[in-house]
Write a protein that binds this ligand. Structure first.
Ligand SMILES: [Zn+2]
Length: 336
């Protein structure tokens, strides 16, 4: 049996051929039956009328009908047989006629049903494939969204934490002369245990032996100045608070007016010893970063956070519950 080709790969086509075949078969058997019935009538008529002329006519009529009957019976039979032979013998293999013969011969209700179920299967496979594709697309979308979210989260975390604010710092500097209670030994600042803010030099600090008018500790101020110069060389402005030494009275005011935990307890703030500063960051040489600064939108801050340790300075409150990305102190600091 030959492979059912193009013509017979669609259920609609096979169904049409099948109906045509069925119609021919019905004709083949029903017409002779009708004929027999009509012959009976003719015969009956002939018997009743019983005239010679009419008998001749009747015989002629009957003869015609028998011939018609044979033709009607034979034509579909011959057609079926021919188609079957062409199909099974592979005569004219591959051409359109052979294909039609094959299709005609094979056309059956079973084939129609088989093709229909195959078509349904194909359709459902396509549906399933589409469904799978949409699932993959959705998963892909979700993964991309999740990755984006994670990237944003990391960027935010990065912007909030700072990278290396606490590098080590070594220096041989020693100056045991106390300034506001603070002295230096082998590069480490030593501060008294408290209270801070009591020994601030006030507004006229330079007249009291300070190298700056703000009241910062002289060596801390040198570190700040070096950091400012380093930032400037890197292309960023950096400014420091003019409040070089915060008095005990001011700290009390901060402590009382600010949210609890925000300002250090009066007597504890390192600002009161002139060894802490609050700095202002810049995007470049001139433009300040706003309050919504991040490492990426405020490259001057990122640079200062990353490089402060090289100047002996650190930002100890980057990861505090009250984060202060601006508060700077010496790395080497101890209490005596
Ligand atoms: Zn501060």
């Amino acid at each position: 049996m030959f492979q059912v080709l193009l013509l017979c790969d669609q259920s609609v086509m096979v169904r049409a051929i099948y109906f045509f075949k069925t119609f021919l078969n019905i004709l083949r058997f029903s017409l002779p039956l009708i004929l027999i019935f009509m012959l009976t009538i003719d015969f009956y008529k002939g018997m009743i009328i019983g005239e010679n002329d009419d008998k001749q006519q009747i015989i002629k009529k009957v003869g015609n009908r028998v011939i018609a009957c044979i033709i009607v019976f034979l034509v579909p039979t011959i057609v079926n047989l021919t188609m079957s032979i062409i199909n099974k013998a592979g005569y004219g293999n591959g051409n359109y006629f052979q294909e039609f013969a094959s299709c005609y011969d094979e056309a059956s209700l079973e084939l129609v049903k088989k093709l229909e179920s195959e078509e349904d299967l194909k359709l459902s496979e396509i549906e399933e494939q589409k469904r799978q594709e949409s699932i993959i697309l959705a998963a892909d979308y979700q993964a991309k969204e999740a990755a984006k979210k994670e990237e944003n989260r990391k960027a935010y975390q990065d912007s909030q934490s700072g990278v290396s604010p606490n590098g080590s710092y070594s220096s041989n500097l020693t100056d045991l002369n106390k300034q506001n209670g603070v002295y230096i030994k082998n590069g480490t600042f030593y501060k008294p245990s408290g209270p801070s803010g009591k020994g601030c030099p006030g507004s006229n600090a330079t007249s009291k032996g300070y190298n700056n008018s703000y009241g910062y500790n002289n060596y801390f101020y040198i570190m700040l100045t070096n950091l400012i110069k380093g930032a400037k060389d890197a292309g960023y402005n950096l400014s420091i608070s003019s409040q070089g030494c915060r008095s005990y009275k001011t700290q009390v005011e901060y402590y009382q007016s600010m949210e609890k935990g925000r300002a250090a307890k009066p007597g504890n703030s390192r600002h009161g010893w002139g060894i802490a500063s609050d700095v202002t960051f810049y995007k470049n040489a001139t433009t300040k970063c706003g309050s919504k600064r991040t490492r990426s939108n405020c490259p001057g801050m990122a640079w200062v956070h990353d490089n402060a340790y090289k100047y002996g300075l650190k930002f100890p409150l980057l990861n505090a519950s009250y984060r202060e990305d601006w508060h700077i102190e010496p790395i080497n600091l101890k209490t005596y």
